[in-house]
Design a protein around this ligand. Structure first.
Ligand SMILES: [Mn+2]
Length: 320
């Protein structure tokens, strides 16, 4: 399948690169690495995202080129949809993107059942960044330091700074190769983790003060409401990583983060330790993801939404 993607890159001239709403380091790092690669090959290329780039990723090379306006899609020969298990994950422009002649999906989500013909999907890959690296290697191209920086960022962030279950030999090997090609782990960590906006820390303090533990301390619940965002002048972008806070607590097996996205709508992010499978829980509720990191969206007030998630967790014996 990788050969097919290389063929498309060789034959086409105008590319769109996009990823999911609520951008993360893997989505952004993968997009920019691919963008820099295609540019180097003399291609025309646009990176479009529905959401704005979180501030801590602005240091990445090429980030100023990312647009939030899709424009006329008829100009594109092909579109790369990165880190998305479904096309709908790109947001409101999914329908228009679908009309682009050639769609290529590069992704590592377990729940991906292949929404387009040309795809590179491997749930064993730590990150989409690792798959972009496979593509670059297959093309026998030596990455520039900016490309290495983007891919290191993708792997670093999707493995939770090399702590999660997806921190495989392959992930570490690829990351170390990126260091050899010019990525600086210290500089990248500082940019991503040590330049948090004050609004985010204020919001975090507020969210943590509302922490509750369920199921004999095995499930941690954190909630952020629209009111919390308004009163701390923070945005949804600032909640990236909050779901991990619950997992830091001793005895917690599953961490849930309920984020209000509409008057009666919550997005629920789930994280688990070890072999506990939250992908299954998310899937039962209409969502998806990976074994240790999944998400879904539910309608209702916070109490009823919380109850439904906890019921599924109990019913499926996720926590013993
Ligand atoms: Mn990813």
């Amino acid at each position: 399948m990788i050969d097919k993607i290389i063929e498309v890159i060789r034959q086409c001239q105008h590319f769109l690169i996009t990823s999911h709403v609520r951008l993360d380091g893997d989505a952004i790092g993968s997009e920019l690495a691919l963008y820099l690669l295609l540019k180097r090959l003399g291609k025309e290329c646009v990176v479009y995202n529905e959401d704005a780039l979180p501030e801590n990723y602005l240091f990445l090379p090429g980030s100023s080129q990312i647009t939030q306006t899709l424009g006329d899609v008829s100009q594109y020969d092909a579109a790369f949809i990165l880190d998305c298990s479904e096309l709908e994950r790109v947001g409101k422009e999914a329908e228009r993107i679908k009309t682009i002649g050639v769609l290529i999906n590069i992704d590592h989500h377990l729940s991906n059942d292949g929404f387009c013909e040309i795809r590179l999907i491997d749930p064993r890959a730590s990150s989409t960044g690792e798959l972009i690296w496979r593509l670059i290697e297959a093309m026998a191209i030596e990455p520039s330091p900016p490309i290495a920086e983007c891919l290191y960022t993708a792997i670093l962030t999707d493995t939770g700074s090399f702590r999660y279950g997806n921190t495989t030999f392959e992930a570490l090997k690829t990351a170390s190769q990126m260091v050899a090609y010019g990525a600086s782990p210290q500089l990248i960590s500082q940019e991503i983790y040590e330049k948090e906006p004050l609004e985010k820390m204020r919001l975090m303090a507020r969210v943590l003060s509302g922490l509750s533990l369920e199921e004999q301390g095995k499930v941690a619940c954190l909630v952020v409401t629209l009111k919390d965002l308004e009163e701390t002048r923070a945005s949804h972008n600032h909640t990236e990583g909050f779901v991990d806070l619950g997992r830091h607590i001793k005895g917690v097996a599953v961490s849930l983060f309920f984020s209000q996205v509409g008057p009666d709508t919550f997005k629920i992010s789930m994280r688990s330790k070890d072999k506990i499978d939250v992908e299954r829980v998310a899937r039962m509720l209409g969502g998806g993801g990976h074994r240790n990191a999944a998400a879904c969206k539910l309608q209702g007030d916070i109490e009823s939404v919380k109850r439904r998630v906890l019921e599924v967790i109990k019913a499926y014996g996720v926590i013993a």
